[in-house]
Design a protein around this ligand. Structure first.
Ligand code: RB5
Length: 147
């Protein structure tokens, strides 16, 4: 499995912790930055993560900003992205099982590093259930075609 990861300045430290955590599990990581603590614009990195996933360069994506909100909004503007902000493991698991989320977002100013690792671990191990959930996911994606 290959995971693309991106973040703004608020989340460099947490991103590095998550990168190490994933690598320890033998997961390939595509670090899309930023690696600088200088103030930057989260939409740049939300889009980068989204494009890496939709293009197939990565299987899944993780995007982190201060709250997880701005970077998720940006990632969700990339056609084909289903980015979900998850601040605890239950929502993270359900975002895979029911929503087939392909980008996980959270806030470096919201969750601590141990909770973030737990969220990531549960998320990457959860599987989409398909069935009635596939129909609903298809309905979500069809909204993209209306504009
Ligand atoms: C940056 O200060 C902050 O606005 C950003 O990390 C994020 O929380 C936006 O949604």
């Amino acid at each position: 499995m290959k995971i693309a990861i991106g973040n703004d300045h608020s989340a460099v430290e947490l991103k590095n912790i998550i990168v190490d955590f994933l690598k320890e599990k033998g997961i390939e990581v595509l670090n899309l930055g930023t690696d600088s603590s200088e103030s930057c614009d989260y939409p740049v990195y939300g889009e980068k993560v989204g494009r890496a996933v939709v293009s197939g360069e990565a299987d899944l994506g993780i995007a982190i900003c201060g709250t997880g909100l701005g970077i998720s909004l940006a990632a969700n503007k990339v056609k084909g992205v289903r980015a979900c902000v998850c601040s605890e493991p239950y929502t993270a698991v359900m975002s895979r099982r029911h929503n087939d989320a392909n980008v996980l977002c959270f806030g470096a100013r919201v969750v601590g590093s141990e909770l973030a690792k737990m969220i990531v671990d549960e998320w990457i191990n959860a599987e989409f259930e398909g069935g009635r959930h596939q129909r609903r996911v298809d309905m979500i994606m069809a909204i993209e075609e209306k504009d």
